[in-house]
Design a binder for this molecule. Structure first.
Ligand SMILES: Nc1nc2c(ncn2[C@@H]2O[C@H](COP(=O)(O)OP(=O)(O)O)[C@@H](O)[C@H]2O)c(=O)[nH]1
Ligand SMILES: [Mg+2]
Length: 453
C-alpha cells in the first residue's frame, strides 16, 4: 500500500515525506481509532486554563454540576460586526485561550461559538458570531443558514451587544452598516457598546475620533456628547434617524428577514439624501481596542464584569467553550487552508477527523482528511510539489500545540472525491489530470515535518 501511495505521489511530482509505519496505520484505520483514546487527565490542576484535549474530557466537564458562588452574576455578551472586524480575535484575547478561529479570509466563523471566563463571582459568556451579512449574500453564495441566523440569534439572547468595527478601514468608520443598524433597532432596549478595533493599524488617531462621531452621531445613550470643542459641531439627534429606527422596527415586526432600507415615498423624502449616513445614538459606551495586541481589552473586560447582572451562572467553572476539541481542530485546519488557499477553493473543502489519540505522554496524534469535490482544484490546494499543504500543516500543527497546550502530531490528507465518469472533459489536459487523481488510493498524504514515528 505504501509503495502504491508513493508511486502516485511521485507520478504527480510531489515531494511526500513518508514513513511506512505511518502509512500502514493510516490505511488500516478502524472505527475505534476515531474514538478518543482516553487517557483521563481530568484531575489536572491546570484544567481551568486550557481547552479539553479529548471528547471524553469535554463531555465530562459538561456533565459537572454548576457550583454557584455567593451572589453570582452573569453577563451574556454578543459580539457582532462585519466579517473580518476581529470578533474571534477579541474572544480569544478576552478569554486568554484560543477558542475560536481567526483568518484573513471572510466567513471563517460559520456559527455562534461560546467562550466563557469567570472573574470572582461573575461569569461572562461571550458569543462569537459569524460576520453580519444580508440574506441575499447568503443565498447568492450558497452559504449555510447559520451565517445569517446566528448573529441575530445571539443578539436576541444577549444582555449586552458589542458592535465591533474595523477602525483601520476608512469605509467602515463613516457610517454604520444597515444590517447592524437593523439589529440594534430590533433590540433597542438592550445595552449596546461600540468597540473600535484594530487601533494598532490606525496611524492617524484623529480618525478614531471621527469614527466615534460618525458611528454614534455624537450621542451616547441618546444624550449628546458633552465637550467644549465638540459642542459647536454637535448635531441634533436627527429626526430622520428616529424615523428610520421606527420604520425599521415596524418593518422587522412585519417581516423579520427584511433586508433593504425602507423605501416608502413619504420616508424617503424626509431621510437624508445619503441614506447610508447611519449611526446609532444609544451606545452606552465606546471602546478603542486592539484585539490582536490586547491594547484596551482590559477596560472592555472590566466593563463586561461591572455590567453583569445578578443571575445564576450558566456553566461550571471548568468550562471554557462549547466547542468540542475535534470541531476546534477542524476549524484550525480550515482556517489555515483559508489563509493560504486561492480564491474560493478552500471553501469547497469538507473536513473529517480520522484519528484522534491522546497517548500516555499527553501527546495528541491527529489525522484529518480534507475532502475536495473538484479534481481541478487539487493542485491549488496542495501547491507545487506539495509546498502549500506542507506550510498549511506546519502552521496548523503549531496552532494546535498552542490551543491544546501539548505536543501535537498532525497529518493532513487531501482527498479528491470527484469521480472521472462524472466529469465532462473539455481538454486533453483535464483528461490526464483527472485520470491521475482517480487512480486507486490517490490520496495525498502529507506528514508534517518533525512528526516522523
Ligand atoms: N492589526 C490587527 N489585526 C487584527 C486585529 N483583530 C483582528 N485582526 C486580524 O483581522 C483578521 C480577521 O480577524 P477575525 O478575528 O477572524 O475576524 P472575524 O471575522 O470578525 O471573526 C485576522 O487576520 C486577524 O489577525 C487587531 O486588533 N489588529
Ligand atoms: Mg470570526
Amino acid at each position: 500500500m505504501a509503495s502504491l501511495f508513493l508511486g502516485v505521489g511521485r507520478s504527480l511530482g510531489f515531494k511526500v515525506n513518508y514513513c511506512p509505519r505511518v502509512l500502514v496505520r493510516l490505511f488500516s484505520i478502524s472505527k475505534s481509532d476515531t474514538d478518543d483514546q482516553i487517557t483521563d487527565d481530568f484531575d489536572d490542576d491546570f484544567i481551568y486554563e486550557r481547552i479539553p484535549r479529548t471528547k471524553a474530557e469535554y463531555s465530562r466537564r459538561n456533565s459537572l454540576p454548576i457550583d454557584q458562588p455567593d451572589e453570582p452574576r452573569l453577563n451574556r455578551v454578543s459580539i457582532i460586526g462585519l466579517p473580518n472586524s476581529g470578533k474571534s480575535t477579541l474572544v480569544n484575547q478576552l478569554t486568554g485561550l484560543r477558542i475560536t478561529s481567526v483568518s484573513r479570509k471572510v466567513h471563517t466563523t460559520r456559527k455562534n461559538i461560546i467562550g466563557i471566563f469567570n472573574e470572582g463571582s461573575t461569569q461572562i459568556e461571550l458569543l462569537d458570531t459569524p460576520g453580519l451579512v444580508k440574506l441575499k449574500h447568503c443565498v447568492d453564495f450558497n452559504l449555510e443558514h447559520t451565517l445569517y441566523n446566528n448573529p441575530r440569534l445571539s443578539a436576541k439572547v444577549a444582555d449586552l451587544i458589542a458592535v465591533l468595527v474595523d477602525a483601520s478601514q476608512k469605509r467602515y468608520i463613516n457610517f454604520l452598516d444597515y444590517e447592524t443598524f437593523k439589529l440594534l433597532s430590533k433590540h433597542k432596549d438592550k445595552k449596546s457598546i461600540l468597540v473600535l478595533n484594530k487601533v494598532d493599524r490606525t496611524k492617524d488617531k484623529s480618525m478614531l475620533l471621527t469614527a466615534v462621531d460618525n458611528l454614534t452621531g455624537r450621542f451616547i445613550e441618546g444624550e449628546s456628547i458633552e465637550g467644549k470643542e465638540r459642542k459647536e459641531t454637535r448635531k441634533p439627534l436627527a429626526k430622520s434617524i428616529k424615523m428610520l429606527i421606527e420604520e425599521t422596527e415596524k418593518r422587522l415586526s412585519q417581516s423579520p428577514v427584511e433586508t433593504d432600507l425602507p423605501q416608502s415615498e413619504e420616508l424617503r423624502e424626509k431621510l437624508p439624501k445619503d441614506l447610508f449616513n447611519l449611526y446609532w445614538p444609544n451606545f452606552s459606551k465606546v471602546f478603542m481596542v486592539s484585539a490582536l495586541t490586547g491594547d484596551g481589552v482590559d477596560e472592555l473586560k472590566d466593563y463586561m464584569i461591572e455590567t453583569a447582572k445578578p443571575c445564576q451562572w450558566k456553566y461550571n467553572e471548568k468550562i471554557v467553550t462549547n466547542q468540542d476539541p475535534q470541531a476546534l481542530a477542524i476549524s484550525i485546519v480550515r482556517e489555515k487552508f483559508l489563509d493560504h488557499g486561492q480564491w474560493d477553493t478552500p471553501y469547497l473543502l469538507k473536513f473529517r477527523i480520522v484519528t484522534w489519540e491522546l497517548d500516555e505522554m499527553k501527546n495528541l496524534h491527529i489525522v484529518i482528511t480534507a475532502l475536495c469535490p473538484k479534481s481541478a482544484k487539487m493542485i491549488s490546494i496542495i501547491g507545487p510539489e506539495g509546498g502549500l499543504i506542507a506550510r498549511i500543516s506546519a502552521e496548523a500543527r503549531q496552532e494546535l500545540i498552542d490551543t491544546f497546550n501539548c505536543e501535537v502530531r498532525l497529518k493532513v490528507i487531501v482527498k479528491c472525491t470527484e469521480r472521472a465518469k462524472d466529469k465532462v472533459f473539455d481538454s486533453e489536459r483535464d483528461k490526464t489530470y483527472i485520470s491521475k487523481w482517480n487512480q486507486k488510493n490517490a490520496d495525498l498524504v502529507h506528514k508534517t515535518r518533525g512528526t516522523h514515528d
